[in-house]
Ligand binder design. Structure first.
Ligand code: ATP
Length: 346
């Protein structure tokens, strides 16, 4: 028997359905032809309350040791753990794939297959603003070169991998200096990738066109808040806000990815925690993204497809109208994956 390759993954445990999602990921990992070694870190509210410094320090040590982490949902009490981790690890780019899910009802017949790449910092989100007297308020909007550059580079690399074009989007005709700067950087990066078609589109027009003809869009890159709006709008088109996964990236000075953290989009679902009811789809897709990032591209896309095929065959958890428990759905995904692995090997 040949030695299986080892993949070390830091694993940030949170609250609510976190444990069930993690159990599901461990089961999925055990059916892969890989030796996946998880390195757990407790980021539950209980631990953060009693040992906030220690909990984040452990998370930092683990992700720096292994380069990649899976993160499960965490409750926000005083601080948002996502914000703390983003600042601590310098995550500057978020990649959020949004793809139609066969079998999930939508109001929309168009096929969505988007990679939304957004600057994870700045825009209007760093400054909550201030009141000026009683009749006005202002906030500062920030666009910085480095994260804009990383987001655009990531977008072009993604486009190269999947053979698509890149659309950069913002309100550059109105926010001439800030969004104009972002588009200038997009042009600079585009010039380094002459083989990949690039166009800029105004964000409002893009929303309308994306809803009318989603097939025309694949890799879209934008500043922070636009990416936030676009991700939820696109999720609405595929019939689910809660089924997405996202990747957070930090970069070296040279522009290579230094750290990556993958997480399901949904919350801690306290109402169903511990009931073996939650849908682990987004967590499994996050894990598929992690596999792809770590160089196991074939396994990543196979796992992504295995989840889609399982849902398409009508095997789903209650939130999608099915009858399966978390465990049963996970088993069904593993069985589909097994079939796909056997097919690929023969
Ligand atoms: P949080 O404060 O962590 O965001 P929340 O209850 O406010 O928690 P969500 O966790 O997003 O928000 O839950 C919203 C609804 O969606 C709940 O009814 C929850 O049960 C459901 N839900 C969320 N995640 C899942 C999941 N993975 N599977 C099934 N249902 C889910």
């Amino acid at each position: 028997m040949t030695e299986r390759e080892v993949l070390n993954v830091a694993e940030f445990h949170g609250d609510g359905i976190s444990k069930e999602l993690s159990d599901s990921i461990h089961k999925v990992a055990s059916c892969l032809p890989l030796d996946v070694r998880f390195h757990p870190v407790d980021l539950s509210l209980e631990r953060r309350r009693t040992d906030p410094k220690g909990s984040y320090k452990d998370a930092e040590d683990a992700i720096r040791a292994h380069g990649v982490a899976m993160k499960y949902p965490t409750v926000t009490e005083t601080e948002s753990p996502n914000k703390v981790l983003r600042e601590r690890f310098d995550f500057s780019v978020i990649h959020r794939p949004v793809k139609s899910i066969p079998g999930v009802p939508t109001r929309h017949t168009g096929k969505v297959d988007l990679h939304i790449i957004r600057i994870a910092v700045g825009g209007t989100y760093e400054d909550a603003g201030r009141r000026i007297g009683t009749e006005a308020a202002v906030s500062v909007r920030v666009i910085e070169r480095k994260p804009s550059w990383h987001a655009n580079q990531f977008a072009f690399h993604q486009a190269k991998r999947i053979g698509s074009d890149v659309v950069s989007t913002s309100k550059y005709t109105i926010q001439k200096e800030t969004d104009g700067f972002f588009e200038e950087i997009a042009e600079e990066v585009a010039a380094l990738h002459p083989d990949i078609p690039h166009r800029s589109e105004l964000f409002d027009a893009l929303l309308a066109k994306m809803i009318m003809r989603p097939e025309d869009y694949s890799v879209v890159v934008c500043p922070n808040e636009y990416g936030d709006f676009l991700s939820d709008a696109a999720c609405g088109m595929i019939g689910s806000i809660g089924l997405g996964a996202s990747a957070n990236y930090a970069f070296t000075e040279g522009g290579d990815i230094s750290l990556a953290m993958f997480d399901p989009a949904g919350g801690t679902a306290p109402d169903i925690a511990g009931m073996n009811k939650c849908n682990p789809t987004a967590a499994i897709w996050a894990f598929a993204m992690l596999l792809t990032h770590c160089g196991f591209r074939g396994l990543g896309s196979m796992l992504d497809a295995a989840v889609r095929d399982t849902i398409a065959s009508g095997q789903t958890t209650a939130d999608l109208g099915g009858t399966l428990s978390t465990d049963e759905f996970t088993k069904a995904v593993c069985a589909t994956m097994q079939t796909e692995l056997t097919g690929a090997a023969s």
